[in-house]
Design a binder for this molecule. Structure first.
Ligand code: AP5
Ligand code: MG
Length: 192
């Protein structure tokens, strides 16, 4: 089993590249953002709680997200590998994920970190906000708050995995194809 974390700030292209990577490699895609939005759409208690945080651009509490990922992993016992997108986002989530995978006798193969400038992130998210219907894309203040959360809590996740020598930075600006090729060559090098 080979598991990947696709890491990066809001708007860095995690979702875009995940879609392609799962087609090529057959990983099971687990995006906590997508899972939370599906809970919101179904108006579950978890979704109702999460929405209050997401609408402000704040992180949802660790316990909520860890519980959600833990059942998602359990629900796919036959997965040949997981692609984690938007998770882990705090050091506590990273430790929980390591424990979860350890219990399944596996771990994280590599953390691919997309490197994108802040001005490009804001431009992409505002642009998507014109059509996406995502409430957290529609104004610059909420986008700034998402980026601030990233610096305050999430960038530490890269430091956490650096101690195990798992982090590789990939340039996240340029064409979607170029970035995809760069990600694939990092994965192929580790799979062969
Ligand atoms: P989440 O859904 O994870 O959103 P995010 O990480 O803030 O960022 P995005 O998904 O918007 O960006 P992305 O990196 O996937 O980029 P994308 O491919 O879409 O989280 C949303 C919220 O949920 C959080 O704020 C938090 O409240 C909560 N949450 C989620 N996970 C959590 C967790 N683990 N713990 C606590 N809370 C959690 O691309 C963005 C745009 O750019 C698109 O329009 C795309 O078309 C475009 N684009 C992509 N690549 C390129 C390119 N190469 N050139 C030009 N444009 C491009
Ligand atoms: Mg995404």
């Amino acid at each position: 089993m080979f598991n990947i974390i696709l890491f990066g700030p809001p708007g860095s292209g995690k979702g875009t590249q995940s879609e392609r990577l799962i087609l090529k490699y057959g990983f099971k895609h687990l995006s906590t953002g997508d899972l939370l939005r599906s809970e919101i759409a179904r108006q579950t208690p978890l979704g109702i709680e999460a929405r209050n945080f997401m609408d402000k651009g704040h992180l949802v509490p660790d316990e909520v997200v860890i519980g959600m990922i833990s059942s998602a992993v359990d629900n796919h016992p036959d997965a040949k590998g997981f692609l984690f997108d938007g998770f882990p986002r705090t050091e506590k989530q990273a430790e929980a994920l390591d424990n979860l995978l350890k219990m399944k006798n596996t771990g994280i193969g590599v953390v691919l970190a997309l490197d994108v400038s802040e001005s490009e992130l804001v431009k992409r998210l505002l642009n998507r906000g014109l059509t996406s219907g995502r409430s957290d894309d529609t104004n610059e203040e909420i986008i700034s708050s998402r980026i601030a959360e990233y610096h305050k809590k999430t960038s530490a996740v890269a430091d956490y995995y650096k101690q195990f020598d798992k982090v590789v930075y990939v340039k996240g600006e340029g064409s979607v194809d170029q970035i995809f090729d760069a990600l694939c060559s990092e994965i192929d090098r580790r799979l062969s």
